[in-house]
Design a protein around this ligand. Structure first.
Ligand code: NAD
Length: 393
C-alpha cells in the first residue's frame, strides 16, 4: 500500500517504513562519519525506538561498536495498517546492525512492568552476562505499577495558572494559552511516571541479578530550558518529576555499588513527547531558527553522538556541571542564543511567524518522526507495511 501521513493533534497515526529506514540510515551514517569512541560494549537502552533513545542506541552501536538490547513499546503493522514509527525504526536499526556484524536484540513490551524487566535480564544473562551501560530514555504518558495502579502524567504548572504564547503548528496561528495548575495528585502521578523510581528499579533489578558490571554507567535525560518555559516545564509538574530523576541519580550512585548514574540535560527538540507540551513548540521553532543561523543546530543524533564521544567517554572523562548534570543544552543556553530567541519571542505574532521562526523546520522534523519528508523516498510507491523486527519474529 502507499502510506500518507494522518495527523491527529500531536500525533501521526501512520508511519512510513521506507522513510523510517532512510532516517535511521542517515543517523547511522552521521555517527560513522564522526569516528570511533572508546566507550561501553554492552548497552541496554530503555525507550529505544524514537527520539533520544533511538539516537543513543545508534551512537552506542556505531560510535562505540557496542552490542545493544533495546526495550521498546511499539505496534507491529499488517498488510493494511502501518506499524508505529518506533517499530519501523527498530526493524531498520536491527537490519543495519546485523549486516554490519553488530549484536542487536529488542524486547517489545511495557518497560515499567516486572515481566519485561525479567525478560530483559534473562536475555542479558544468556547472551552477555552483564551490561556495562544502561540508557533510560522513557517518555511515557502513563505507568501501571506492580499493584495495578495506573498513574498518568500531566504537563501543567504548579501553584497557579500559566499564560503565555503558543502556536498551532498546523496553521501557524500564535495565540495566548492559559494552563491551570496541576493538583497534588496529578503532581504525584507525574513523578511516578516520569521521575526516577522505575529507573532505580531497573538498576536495582540488574544488580540483584548480577547482570551489571562493576564500573557501569547509567544515564537518563532531562530538560531545563529558559525562564519563559519554566512555569510549564522546570517549575511545573514535569519539572517535579525531573527533580526526582536527578535525586534518583544520586541515590543510585550512592546505594548501588559499582554503578554511577548521570542525568544529561538535553536540548529542546521536536519529538513525539515534546510536541504535546503547550508553549514549547513555539519556543522550539524560534530556537531552531536562531541556532540554524548561528550554525549551532543539532538534532537527536548530533546530541547523542556528542554525549557519547565528548561528555561521557571522551578523553577528559565525564563532563558535569556543579550540580553533577551533563549539559548537552550548553549551546541552546548560550547567552547570545537565548538573547536572540527572547527578542523574537517578545515580538512574535501570527503575522510574522514565517520570518521569525523556523516553522517549516519544525513541521519537517515532526513529519520525519513518522518517516515522512525523508530525502530520496518515493512516497507514491507501494511499500511493505508488515515488516518484522529480526530479533522478535
Ligand atoms: P520520544 O517520545 O521520542 O521517545 C520515548 C521513547 O520511550 C519511545 O521509544 C517510546 O516508545 C518509549 N516508551 C514510552 N513508554 C514506554 C514503555 N512503557 N515501555 C517501553 N518504552 C516506552 O521522547 P524523547 O523526547 O526522546 O524523550 C526521551 C527522554 O528525553 C525523556 O526523559 C524526555 O523528558 C527527555 N528529553 C527530551 C527533550 C525533548 O526536547 N524532546 C529534551 C530534553 C530531554
Amino acid at each position: 500500500m502507499t502510506v500518507k501521513p494522518k495527523i491527529r493533534g500531536f500525533i501521526c497515526t501512520t508511519a512510513h517504513p521506507v522513510g523510517c529506514k532512510e532516517i535511521v540510515k542517515s543517523q547511522i551514517e552521521y555517527v560513522k562519519s564522526k569516528g570511533k569512541t572508546n566507550g561501553p560494549k554492552k548497552v541496554l537502552v530503555i525507550g529505544a525506538s524514537m527520539g533520544y533513545g533511538l539516537s543513543s542506541r545508534i551512537s552506542a552501536a556505531y560510535g562505540c561498536g557496542a552490542s545493544t538490547i533495546g526495550v521498546i513499546f511499539d505496534k507491529q503493522g499488517s498488510d493494511n495498517r502501518t506499524a508505529s514509527a518506533g517499530w519501523y525504526n527498530t526493524a531498520a536499526f536491527e537490519e543495519f546492525a546485523h549486516s554490519d556484524g553488530l549484536y542487536a536484540k529488542t524486547v517489545n513490551g511495557d518497560a515499567f512492568s516486572q515481566q519485561v524487566k525479567d525478560e530483559v535480564i534473562a536475555l542479558i544473562k544468556k547472551d552477555w552476562g552483564k551490561v556495562d551501560m544502561v540508557v533510560y530514555s522513557l517518555a511515557a504518558p502513563r505507568r501501571t505499577t506492580s499493584d495495578g495502579t495506573v498513574y498518568s502524567s500531566v504537563i501543567k504548572p504548579v501553584g497557579g495558572d500559566f499564560t503565555n504564547k503558543t502556536i498551532d503548528v498546523k496553521t501557524g496561528e500564535v495565540s495566548n494559552i492559559t494552563v491551570s495548575p496541576a493538583t497534588e495528585s496529578e503532581i504525584f502521578a507525574t513523578v511516578k511516571v516520569m521521575g526516577g523510581e522505575d529507573w532505580k528499579e531497573w538498576i536495582g533489578a540488574l544488580k540483584a541479578a548480577d547482570a551489571i558490571e562493576d564500573g557501569a554507567v547509567t544515564v537518563a535525560y532531562s530538560y531545563i530550558g529558559p525562564e519563559v518555559t519554566h512555569p510549564i516545564y522546570k517549575d511545573g509538574s514535569i519539572g517535579r518529576a525531573k527533580a526526582h530523576l536527578a535525586a534518583a541519580a544520586k541515590d543510585i550512585t550512592k546505594t548501588i555499588d559499582g554503578v554511577t548514574a548521570y542525568v544529561s540535560v538535553n536540548k529542546a527538540l521536536v519529538t513525539q513527547s515534546s510536541s504535546a507540551i503547550p508553549v514549547v513548540p513555539l519556543y522550539i521553532s524560534i530556537l531552531y531558527k536562531v541556532m540554524k543561523e548561528a550554525g549551532l543546530h543539532e538534532g537527536c543524533i548530533e546530541q547523542m553522538q556528542r554525549l557519547f564521544a565528548e561528555k561521557l567517554f571522551g578523553n577528559g572523562g565525564v563532563q558535569t556541571d556543579s550540580e553533577d548534570f551533563i549539559r548537552l543544552d550548553d549551546w541552546e543556553m548560550r547567552e547570545d542564543v537565548q538573547k536572540k530567541v527572547m527578542e523574537i519571542w517578545e515580538n512574535i505574532s501570527g503575522g510574522n511567524i514565517e520570518a521569525s521562526a523556523d516553522l517549516e523546520g519544525y513541521r519537517k522534523d515532526f513529519n520525519m518522526l513518522f518517516g515522512f519528508d525523508a530525502e530520496g523516498v518515493d512516497y507514491e510507491a507501494d511499500c511493505d507495511t508488515s515488516i518484522g523486527i529480526a530479533s522478535i519474529d
